[in-house]
Write a protein that binds this ligand. Structure first.
Ligand code: SF4
Length: 62
């Protein structure tokens, strides 16, 4: 199953992912990370965060 991931080299800590999908993301040391992996039927909610990240730091990996 694919996994949600934040590239912390690209993240600028704007917190938009937390605003849009705080059920998956948290902030640590000023940068975002995935705290809870989305279930398969929650992928659309994660995609909203991906679409709203200003630096394209969030991605799905296989
Ligand atoms: S929206 Fe993108 S840049 Fe902003 S905190 Fe989340 S991962 Fe980082």
């Amino acid at each position: 199953m694919k996994k949600l991931q934040v590239d912390r080299d690209l993240c600028i800590g704007c917190c938009r992912c937390v605003d849009f999908a705080g059920q998956f993301f948290s902030i640590k040391d000023g940068l975002a990370y995935v705290e809870v992996q989305p279930e398969e039927d929650e992928a659309d909610d994660a995609d909203i965060a991906i679409d709203n990240c200003p630096t394209e730091a969030i991605e799905w990996i296989d």
